[in-house]
Design a protein around this ligand. Structure first.
Ligand code: ZN
Length: 292
């Protein structure tokens, strides 16, 4: 036992030295039985069958849809093409290429994960070129692009409801009651009376207006400057795909269709930005705060 713990201590010391930059990253770390195979070596494959959705496939593997979209460019338009073979990582996170000249601890700092966790998850490799960063939600920010939420665009100055509303559930990770693991909420739940009007947050063109899985009745509007808004859990829908809408125009009513994340009646509202990775969910809060 003592020998084991001493060995563990030695490993820990080596990791600390390596993390503090005292050991060159090219030097191989001693492999230990505590080191699992790298997460990216444990990726499995799944062939999309008829009727399957990204959400359904994610649920099947206990993952969030963003993880699958991050790993598989083919899913980034929100649809799972039948027959496509997609990669399934062992848990939630993102695949990151390590920029030349950067070390694992730089990646850990960038994504705010513990360096020792990142090291172990990636099989105790000291200078991997590609790593899996656990627990990070795929987004343009996590791909190293600057966030666009600070842009405060004029195209999204509207509020999706007739009056300011209470936030029942914000954007980001949360722990649903009775579940042991966190879930990612891609939008914001704004408290609203069932049947009250839902308003377009900006001028744009309706890209989608129908029922869509957990979203229930969903309206998607594409705006200028690479923005998109989504309005979900709707009652009735008053617009059609392809239709031009103006800011403040009534596009639907508040409902309770699909699988809402909050219990009280609400509008699920999303802001997405277009990137080379597809439409990526942003935190809607800065947009709602920025209204005149
Ligand atoms: Zn929601």
């Amino acid at each position: 036992m003592q020998k084991l713990s001493l060995y563990g201590l030695a490993i820990g010391l080596f990791v600390n030295l390596w993390l503090s930059g005292l050991v060159p990253s090219s030097q191989a770390a001693p492999r230990d039985q505590t080191c699992l195979a790298p997460a990216l070596a444990r990726v499995t494959r799944h062939t999309v069958k008829s009727g399957e959705t990204i959400e359904g496939i994610a649920r099947q593997y206990d993952l969030i849809p963003a993880t699958l979209m991050g790993m598989n460019a083919v899913l980034r338009n929100g649809k799972a093409p039948i027959g496509a073979t997609i990669l399934i990582p062992p848990y939630n996170g993102i695949r990151v290429e390590v920029p030349s000249g950067q070390r694992l601890r730089d990646i850990a700092a960038r994504y705010k994960v513990r360096p020792d966790v990142l090291f172990e998850v990636n099989g105790c490799q000291t200078s991997p070129r590609v790593v899996f960063v656990p627990g990070v939600n795929w987004s343009p920010v996590s791909e190293g692009r600057s966030s666009v939420t600070k842009a405060n665009p004029a195209v999204l100055k509207g509020y999706p409801l007739p009056a300011n509303s209470t936030v029942l559930l914000g954007y980001g990770w949360y722990l649903p009651t009775g579940q042991g693991k966190p879930v990612f909420h891609s939008g914001i739940d704004l408290s609203a009376v069932i049947g009250s009007p839902v308003l377009a947050a900006g001028d744009g063109v309706v890209a989608f207006a129908a029922s869509q899985g957990v979203y229930g009745n969903l309206v998607v509007i594409n705006h200028q400057q690479g923005y998109q808004t989504r309005y979900a859990q709707l009652g009735s829908i008053k617009v059609k795909a392809g239709q031009t809408v103006n800011r403040g125009q009534s596009i639907a009513t508040v409902g309770s269709t699909g699988t809402p994340s909050s219990n009280g009646p609400h509008l699920h509202f999303e802001v997405r930005s277009n990137s080379n990775l597809g439409w990526v969910a942003e935190d809607p809060n800065p947009f709602l705060r920025s209204r005149p």
